[in-house]
Design a protein around this ligand. Structure first.
Ligand code: FMN
Length: 192
């Protein structure tokens, strides 16, 4: 399947069969997510791969969204809302890192969170397309309590972490019609 077909076939699907997703397929989707570009290549996002039934059940319970429990796998896209990751020196050459450090350390927490969220959501978008290319269904969500999700994945109380998208993923049990897109969302050159 080429990338255009994977994008065109993707729908938000919330019901899944019991067929497990093969480990190598999960790995490919996660790798695709982590292949997404990020500002300064600092990769200020993590992907938490949840396959444990009890954790998925608790996610469903706390968010009142049944698709997490129903899904084979849930991917939680975590924003690292910090100036620099602990491994920044492994990623960037020292002189460049010194310049980036100056810029990032001058940013207030809200701006750091926003920057990390941009990295996070882009990685999540890559995962949605990669999953579609594997014939999998996904349900991207933001309808949950951030603190409850953080607690469940071991980040309770961490101010320097945020949740971008929580994605349920499984083999589709249903089909969904295309809900439509507005042509008016394309703007050529500038707003009139
Ligand atoms: C940022 C974002 C947040 C969303 N949050 C939820 C959610 O909390 N629960 C849910 O069932 N669907 C959620 N959706 C799915 C959308 O409702 C769905 O993507 C949209 O209706 C378009 O349908 P399509 O994905 O099939 O094209 C979310 C989608 C996005 C992109």
């Amino acid at each position: 399947m080429d990338v255009h077909e994977a994008i065109a076939r993707r729908r938000a699907i919330r019901e899944y069969t019991d067929e497990p997703i093969r480990e190598d397929v999960v790995d490919r989707v996660v790798r695709a997510a982590l292949e997404a570009p990020s500002a300064f290549n600092l990769q200020l996002r993590d992907v938490v791969v949840i396959r444990d039934p009890e954790t998925k059940r608790m996610l469903s319970e706390s968010s009142r969204q049944a698709q997490f429990e129903a899904a084979d796998t849930v991917l939680v896209f975590v924003a690292r809302a910090e100036a620099l990751p602990e491994d920044a020196a492994d990623i960037l050459p020292a002189d460049y890192l010194a310049r980036v450090k100056k810029v990032k350390e001058s940013m207030p927490p809200a701006a750091l969170r926003e920057a990390a969220m941009k990295d996070t959501m882009l990685a999540a978008g890559f995962a949605l397309v990669a999953a579609s290319a594997e014939g999998l269904a996904t349900s991207p969500t933001t309808g949950w309590n951030e603190e409850a999700v953080k607690e469940l994945i071991g980040l309770g109380g961490r101010e320097d972490r945020g949740i971008g998208l929580v994605v349920a993923m499984g083999h589709p049990a249903v089909e969904a019609p295309h809900p439509g897109r507005q042509d008016s969302r394309r703007v050529d050159e500038r707003y009139a």
